[in-house]
Design a protein around this ligand. Structure first.
Ligand SMILES: NC(=O)c1ccc[n+]([C@@H]2O[C@H](COP(=O)([O-])OP(=O)(O)OC[C@H]3O[C@@H](n4cnc5c(N)ncnc54)[C@H](OP(=O)(O)O)[C@@H]3O)[C@@H](O)[C@H]2O)c1
Length: 248
């Protein structure tokens, strides 16, 4: 039976991923902060798909989180560790321009928590010579703006960490994948008027599963949908006097 640990499983992309993984027969450990939400999500997956699913209520931004013990417990429960997926994270209110509080807040869930989890699971997976780690970034990392200043920086830090980890683990049978998302229909975009198409969370989940199901998943960074590669590459080529005038 394939196994996965899914952090940020109670909503949006994480919830869609939980359903896709469970329907593919994965045994799961699923995590989010709200205990009632994550227990309800686990019960739903067990009932609908007949899989093993253990809920864990944990704030991954908490610096005192003992992530190595958590990873060891997941391994003990599941017996193997095929995949770690960390869609937890997101933008935050008040992160528009200079805001010293937003810097720390954005880092916890978007950089430190996912990076620490990737490190802990990376150690266990590399000792067994097998596993895939999937982290989630944003087009904001490539095109930082007023509206999400600290969030963009935290995602860029996560991408840099993932690139180093990919290199470190590439000879040990562990793949590190970053999915850079544009707009997705989730709690984070609800009610917003957006200038670009919005992807369905289920389509993101299908795409991630297609990568995970490869015989030896290729590491690296992938934009979803692909056209965001074109958009962000174009934005990065713009001279500053044009970029500063953009309103989106
Ligand atoms: N939605 C978009 O348009 C968009 C665009 C680009 C990138 N992304 C990225 O894609 C990923 C998924 O986004 P989404 O829209 O699906 O998010 P979402 O609907 O807000 O769901 C986030 C999930 O993560 C959990 N979570 C959040 N902070 C956590 C923490 N500190 N510790 C543990 N669990 C935590 C949430 O549950 P609790 O609140 O109960 O903890 C929830 O289950 C995020 O990394 C986001 O930055 C999203």
């Amino acid at each position: 039976v394939p196994t996965a640990v899914l952090i940020g499983a109670s909503s949006g992309v994480g919830r869609a991923l939980g359903r896709r993984l469970a329907s593919a027969g994965y045994s799961l450990v699923i995590v989010s902060r709200d205990a009632r939400d994550i227990e309800a999500s686990a019960a739903d997956l067990r009932l609908r798909f007949g899989v093993e699913c253990w809920p864990v209520a944990q704030d991954i931004a908490d610096p005192s989180w003992d992530v190595d013990t958590f990873a060891a417990e997941c391994h003990e429960r599941l017996g193997t560790l095929d995949a770690l997926l960390v869609p937890a994270g997101g933008g935050l209110p008040g992160d528009a321009g200079p805001n010293s509080k937003a810097v720390n807040e954005a880092l916890g869930a978007n950089y430190a928590g996912p990076a620490r989890a990737a490190a802990a699971f990376g150690c266990l997976m590399s000792a067994r010579g097998h596993g895939t780690i999937v982290l989630f970034s944003s087009i904001a990392a490539a095109a930082p703006r007023t509206k999400n200043t600290a969030y963009s920086a935290a995602k860029a830090a996560l991408e840099a960490y993932a690139a180093g980890l990919r290199h470190a683990l590439s000879q040990r049978g562990v793949s590190v994948i970053v999915i850079a998302l544009g707009y997705v229909d989730s709690a984070q975009t609800f009610g917003l008027r957006l200038p670009f198409p919005v992807a369905r969370a289920e389509r993101v989940a299908d795409y991630v599963l297609s990568r995970l199901n490869q015989r030896s998943p290729a590491g690296g960074k992938y934009y979803f949908p692909w056209f965001w590669w074109l958009v962000t590459t174009g934005l990065r080529c713009l001279p500053w006097f044009v970029y500063r005038r953009l309103r989106f």
